[in-house]
Design a protein around this ligand. Structure first.
Ligand code: AGP
Length: 623
């Protein structure tokens, strides 16, 4: 997730852009940059690091001009660096682009452009956009492509893009306009008096106007100083009244949500789609080809596929993702898996076997214990595959292979979208290895991939029922003992569910494998206890139903999270929350959502700040 902005009007544009970028910096802070049209010359200034680094570089430099675009970056392709910073320009330096999103087919477009002698300077996916625009702006008209004109060139370029974008374009030949376009990434047009702006989010506009167009998918805006024209990406004009925004700045930064955590819970559908789609060939099946998993960013050579064992380590929520991974790799690829908490692994003198696949998971890529465990494995000659959300993090720089979760910045201390996108990466790896090891038939592989493509929409479906969870939390938030239980994948999700509740509501909650109930935990169950059973493994429904009866017989309140249409639990539990049916083995992608919401609403009911829970930090960079 990045922040983009743009301005055209009467004011000096540099301070306007820097002020807007400051309001957008929570969306990404790996680098920042601006492009300004000053007296016919397109000036680009950009720098790795936070916005302050760019602002520092601009001190004392006299840049005029009243038209420009700006960008603050959360890196997805190409690590944070000056050259990978936006804006990106065409070879002549007369067109500049800033972009938020992921161009899924950028590799193929890059090859196509390089075959036409286009020279690339960065490692980003974004750079293909500006070269495509330039190509269509300067190249002879091609069948179906309107010759000339910057808008026509942008429209022609957009036709080639697959993936998500919110982008802004300025061109030296057109000092009277700024072009913006959006598909799957937010973009808002602010309407001022003698000036107009664009931004990824409302906070950047509120100093200038509350009259806005929320651009819809596949829409463009051409901003002039005195008016704005709207178009479809087919070039047809659009007419509609602007909207009025009455948010204050703080709630605007949270997208209208009360807390970043709730916003990030709701971002999971898009984060999962962003993490999944670029790794699926023919994700819509439109081309009729068989869908497959491709990792452009890593080369899974055969030695990884024949690894005799997978070793996974992480901390906290990431460790819970690794626990899901244990079941996933054994289920889809029949690979034995060892999972350990990083702080245990690093000190237990583990058996290090170089031929094993070592997978390390960390949202921040900076967790001390996780880094130490990885370095120990590396010293033992093991190859390291990292799953992380931060491009350029220590973990990403020291691992041999890196799979990124494209969740965007996770601001809330309690991890939500990072967790589910970690799961998505794990599932893709496990399925790919299952395929490479010929454990999955064509039909099974296709069935699982098809199920994965439905997950983002199904996540939206679960979120659509959040009021049920909110009401349940309003009845249960005072419980001082909350147990989560489940079997197999559901046990791993129970671990994560319990952590969510304890870390933000300060309720003593714990998780156990449901089969362990009679080996001790049941001694704690009484009428002051809430037990949440996660039940998605259909072959074990009888077992979990018995466990539910055992706890309710001792006075516990009970909630069951299970499949829509499943009637096995309605008569034995106080409440049943259902989630859309998918493969049992993929259920964690959905069953964790109600647990995240439950933890959030309990914390709010208890008067806590879910974004900043006591005693906790977002990244534990010390032991
Ligand atoms: C999760 O909600 C917590 N914030 C914490 O357990 C976190 O998952 C853990 O510290 C690991 O962080 P990492 O993923 O950045 O390594």
């Amino acid at each position: 997730m990045c922040g983009i902005t743009g301005y055209i009007g009467q004011q000096e544009v540099v301070p306007v852009l820097l002020g807007a970028l400051e309001k957008l910096e929570y969306r990404g802070y790996d680098s920042a940059g601006i492009a300004v049209l000053d007296n016919g010359e397109l000036l680009v200034r950009k720098a790795k690091g936070r916005l302050a680094v760019l602002a520092e570089r601009l001190v004392g430099e006299r840049i005029g001009g009243t038209l420009g675009i700006g960008h603050t970056r959360w890196a997805t392709h190409g690590e944070p660096s000056d050259i990978n910073s936006h804006p990106h320009t065409d070879v002549s330096g007369r067109i500049a682009v800033v972009h938020n999103g992921i161009i899924e087919n950028y590799a193929r477009l890059k090859e196509w452009l390089q075959a036409r002698d286009v020279v690339f300077r960065s490692d980003t996916d974004t750079e293909v956009i500006v070269h495509l625009i330039n190509y269509y702006y300067r190249s002879p008209p091609e069948p179906g492509v309107a010759p000339g004109g910057i808008l026509a060139a942008v429209l022609a370029a957009l036709k080639r893009l697959e993936g998500s974008y919110a982008l802004a374009v300025v061109a030296g030949d057109f000092p009277d306009r700024l072009i913006a376009a959006r598909k799957d990434s937010p973009l808002i047009v602010g309407l001022g008096k003698g000036e107009n702006l664009i931004a990824s989010d409302v906070p950047a506009l509120l100093s200038y106007t509350r009259e806005v167009y929320f651009l819809k998918d596949r829409e463009l805006a051409v901003l002039y100083r005195d008016h704005v024209d709207l178009f479809t990406d087919q070039g047809e004009r659009i007419h509609r009244a602007p909207s009025h925004v009455d948010w204050d700045v703080e709630s605007a930064e949270k997208g209208g949500f009360a807390h970043f955590m709730l916003k990030e819970i709701h971002e999971q559908a898009k984060a999962l789609a962003d993490t999944l789609r670029p790794r699926l060939t023919d994700p819509t099946g439109a081309a009729g080809g068989a869908m497959d998993i491709t990792f452009d960013e890593i080369k899974l050579d055969p030695s990884w596929a024949t690894a005799p064992r997978v070793v996974m380590t992480a901390c906290g929520t990431a460790w819970h993702a690794a626990m899901v991974g244990k079941y996933a790799f054994e289920h889809f690829a029949r690979i034995p898996v060892e999972v350990d908490i990083a702080s245990e692994y690093r000190y237990r003198n583990p058996v290090l076997q170089p031929q094993d696949m070592f997978i390390v998971i960390s949202q921040s890529g900076e967790t001390a214990d996780t880094l130490a465990a990885m370095r120990l494995a590396k010293q033992g000659g093991m190859r390291i595959l990292a799953i992380t959300n931060v491009v350029g993090s220590t973990l990403s720089r020291e691992a041999d292979l890196v799979l990124y979760t494209w969740a965007g910045p996770e601001i809330a201390v309690a991890s939500t979208k990072a967790f589910t996108t970690q799961l998505m990466c794990i599932y893709l790896l496990a399925l790919k290895l299952g395929r490479l090891r010929s454990h999955l038939s064509d039909e099974e592989y296709r069935r699982y991939l098809a199920a994965l493509t439905c997950i983002p929409t199904q996540v939206e479906g679960v979120l659509g029922k959040k009021d049920l969870i909110q009401r349940f939390a309003s009845r249960q938030f005072n419980k001082n003992k909350v147990f989560f239980m489940g079997r197999q994948f559901d046990y791993a999700v129970s671990l994560e569910s319990a952590l969510k509740l304890k870390e933000i509501s300060y309720t003593h909650s714990e998780a156990f494998a449901a089969g362990e109930l009679k080996h001790g935990p049941i001694a704690l169950v009484d009428e002051n206890t809430l037990v949440v059973a996660i039940a998605t493994q259909e072959t074990l429904f009888d077992k979990i139903a018995s466990n539910i009866r055992e706890v309710t017989a001792r006075g516990a309140a009970s909630l069951v999270i299970t499949w829509e249409g499943e009637g096995a639990f309605a008569s034995i539990a106080d409440e049943v929350f259902t989630i859309p049916k998918t493969e049992d083995s993929l259920s964690p992608l959905l069953s964790i959502i109600p647990a995240q919401l439950f933890a959030y609403y309990c914390a709010v009911q208890r008067g806590n700040d879910p974004d900043k829970p006591r005693n906790l930090a977002k990244s534990v960079t010390v032991e």
